[in-house]
Design a protein around this ligand. Structure first.
Ligand code: ADP
Ligand code: ZN
Ligand code: ZN
Length: 742
């Protein structure tokens, strides 16, 4: 028997090994194995079982990890597709497919010593009175963890050992499953009576689930529903339908929205009482052990519904009936390191291969997805009103230019926003304020000589963090002590200033304006631990906090009925990014944030402070007009030939020697230019300096390619990258369908 193995190191190659007889019943496609390789021992995955090999003298595999195949043939095929499409080696793709906790060489089960009562064979040995007592207790319990038994009976391990010697008890190592939600008390819920819009959406999804896959008119749905329209209820009932057909489901949620609240809604519907293991959760807050156990629950089929972040799209659910991608427009679905896959797009491909149905849900769909509905590739389901019949919050755009004229200098809070906060404090209602920049000030500048404190490693300015008196780089993490005067030798001015605002400064300003209010800040500086996150949210829920300030991380997935005011401190921040999606991102952010207001019984107000109040992204968001925004934005994309009008691929070259980098870029661009012979629609631009010209001491150059269809181009690029040798010190990264232009 021969096993073809993909090793963990990226060699873009598979290797054949002999399977010794003792392993033959455990080696299957998808099994994890340990093999000898050039004097080392490496881990790998069996990716084929060929009848014969081109090589002679094959070495035997050394070990098989676990009971059998980990990667299912379907997921393996998906990994192969991913490697081809996203231009990465198969071993890199496989790394995403199997969580680290499952890839470990040692089996990850947690075991515990148990004691159980057994009937002695042969003649009975005489027990002491104490031993008889213990035996009687054990007979009653049959089996229990040894520690518990010792505690309960006040006995020692030595005494128990005597019982074992007497043949009336046996100690065994039992697997104990770690359940991250073991301590949560979850109250089961029943399906809600659907409103008309929900009913219509669910009917369409159910029809697709019921239909013969070849007869379906559509198997990918976009559920476009405003925040609060009841999309989650539709997901829940669609999953229920898939389960009735004996099929499982995967629910993808952006990491940041994967809160206990979200998980609980799914557990409460499907996973109480005897079905406790039916819902598995996969996200980064789990311990390695918990993730290992959750994953195996899925692999063994005990969990049939998986809820998780990006990589849960590879969960080994079989048979798969439904994939839901909530907040499908979220950029966190794109992995920013190889394999640079987009989980939403992988979900669509996976579903197609496994004849499953996909539901993409969003209040602000990505241009790509909406465009696909216009082209007839996806089926559009609309839910324009809120399920609870509440009105959409009133959005007011505050022109900060006139605020600046009224007050000398521009205030952080406009008069209107200040008054509204005061009103909420008087009514004991809550306020959320957003600013997408952490720290105190965005840069430190000297008005005398023009000096700006920049990062020595990156082409950006350093952010001032006042609490720690530090200047910090938000790209590479470099930090230094903030100087008290201009560091330029010939200047040394004490007038050095901090320009731009961050969440820390907003917090300080609020503390001065509203000294009696409970104020908390939530951004990645304050949330180093998950307990902090939980504590702040609990305090906010309990009303101990009146005003919550945060970056976009508090915009997602949370709802607090007592929040009646939402303020966006500086809406223009995301508009000025050097990225063709800046307008789209701003529109999405404003809409999401506005959706946080007025989710309870009281109507909500939203204030958007801006220096460009008439920008289309801001105005359409103010009117909750997605279609209006889409129509003008798609025109812009068509004119500029950006996605979704055209497909995009970017190669980023990194290196410390700028000349060498430029030459390598020119060489690559010239080779790619030759593709045009067979791809007349291809355009190649660059190499030119990336928007972020230098990061972590590396210079960065980019080549940008646009074409009508991606699969041809990515296949050619994969081959080109594998075959082209670039000078030492020049690194390349191919990004197919990039979402972050930086
Ligand atoms: P979305 O996911 O679209 O933002 P949710 O699913 O969170 O919306 O629903 C918003 C609120 O409306 C929730 O409190 C939910 O329980 C409630 N809801 C949803 N559907 C119904 C329904 N059919 N009848 C009554 N309440 C509903
Ligand atoms: Zn100076
Ligand atoms: Zn830096």
């Amino acid at each position: 028997m021969i096993a073809r193995v993909t090793l963990e190191i990226a060699l873009r190659k598979e290797f054949d090994y002999l399977v010794p007889p003792e392993f033959q019943d455990r080696v299957d496609i998808g099994a994890r194995v340990k093999v000898p390789f050039g004097g080392r021992k490496l881990m790998g995955v069996v990716t084929g079982l060929p009848d014969q090999s081109d090589h002679h003298k094959l070495k035997p595999i050394l070990n098989v990890i676990g009971k059998g195949s980990l990667v299912t043939p379907k997921v393996l095929a998906l990994a192969r597709w991913m490697a081809a499409y996203y231009c990465c080696p198969i071993e890199t793709a496989l790394k995403s497919v199997l969580p680290v906790a499952v890839r470990k060489e040692k089996e990850g089960w947690k075991k515990q010593l148990h004691i159980r009562s057994v009937e002695p064979v042969g003649s009975e040995i005489k027990l002491t009175k104490r031993q008889q007592e213990l035996r009687a207790i054990l007979q009653e319990w049959k089996e229990m963890p040894l520690q518990e038994f010792l505690k309960m009976t006040q006995s020692t391990k030595a005494t128990v050992k005597k019982l074992e010697d007497a043949g009336v008890a046996r100690m065994t190592h039992e697997v104990i499953e770690r359940d991250p939600y073991a301590d949560e008390h979850i109250v089961p819920t029943e399906s809600l009576e659907l409103n008309q819009e929900q009913r219509r959406s669910l009917d369409a999804i159910e029809q697709a689930l019921d239909a013969d896959p070849d007869q379906r008119t559509s198997s990918v749905f976009l559920l476009h529903g405003v925040t609060g329209s009841g999309k989650t209820e539709v997901y829940l009932q669609a999953i229920d339908h898939a389960m009735d057909q004996g099929k499982g489901a995967i629910v993808l949620v952006p990491e940041i929205s994967l809160t206990p609240q979200t998980v609980e809604r799914f557990k409460a519907r499907f996973s109480s009482g005897k079905n406790k293991t039916l819902v598995a959760v996969l996200h980064s807050h789990l311990s390695d052990g918990e993730r290992h156990d959750e994953w195996h629950k899925i692999r063994e089929g005990r969990a049939r519904i998986v809820i998780g972040a990006r990589s849960a799209v590879f969960a080994p659910v079989e048979p798969l009936g439904l994939i839901i991608v909530d907040e499908e427009h979220e950029h966190s679905y794109k992995q920013e390191e190889a394999p640079r896959y987009h989980a939403r797009d992988v979900a669509v491909v996976r579903a197609q291969r496994e004849q499953a149905v996909v539901v993409l849900g969003s209040a602000t769909p990505s241009l790509e997805t909406y465009y696909n509905t216009q082209k007839g590739k996806y089926h559009l389901l609309e839910m324009p009103s809120r399920a609870d019949n509440k009105t959409m919050p009133w959005v007011r755009v505050v022109d900060m230019r006139s605020e600046g004229r009224k007050n000398k200098g521009i205030p952080i809070l406009s008069q209107q926003l200040k008054e509204s906060i005061q009103q909420r404090l008087d009514n004991r209602e809550q306020t959320m304020l957003f600013l997408n920049r952490r720290g105190y000030a965005s840069s430190m500048q000297c008005p005398k000589c023009g000096f700006v404190a920049g990062c020595p490693n990156c082409s950006i300015s350093l952010t001032y963090h006042r609490r720690k008196q530090q200047l910090r780089c938000h790209i590479c993490g470099h930090d230094e002590k903030a100087p008290v005067c201009c560091p330029v030798d010939t200047c040394k001015s004490y007038e050095i200033r901090f320009a731009g605002i961050g969440t820390e400064k907003v917090e300080d300003t609020l503390k001065v304006l509203f000294p009696k209010a409970g104020i908390e800040r939530m951004d990645s500086d304050t949330l180093k631990r998950k307990e902090d996150y939980k504590r702040i949210l609990t305090d906010f829920r309990l009303g101990k906090v009146d005003i919550l300030i945060g970056t976009q991380m508090i915009a997602k997935g949370l709802h607090f009925p007592n929040v009646t005011l939402v303020g966006i401190i500086y809406a223009d921040l995301s508009l000025h990014m050097p990225d063709f999606r800046a307008g789209e991102r701003t529109f999405q952010l404003l809409t999401q944030v506005a959706g946080r207001a007025g989710r309870g019984d009281v109507e909500g107000d939203v204030y958007v402070q801006s220096f460009t109040p008439f920008h289309a992204a801001i105005q359409y968001a103010r009117r909750h007009d997605y279609l209006g925004f889409y129509e003008q934005e798609i025109e812009f994309r068509k004119e500029t030939l950006y996605p979704p009008a055209m497909r995009l691929a970017v190669i980023t070259l990194r290196g410390k020697n700028e000349e060498k980098l430029k030459l390598s870029g020119q060489h690559l661009a010239q080779l790619i230019g030759q593709f045009k012979e067979s791809m007349p629609d291809l355009t190649v631009a660059g190499p030119s300096p990336a928007p972020l010209e230098r990061a972590e001491t590396f210079f960065r150059y980019q080549i940008m390619m646009k074409c009508a269809r991606m699969s041809r181009l990515s296949a050619k690029l994969a081959q080109l990258i594998a075959e082209t040798r670039l000078p030492e010190g020049v690194l390349t990264a191919v990004d197919i369908d990039p979402v972050n232009m930086h």
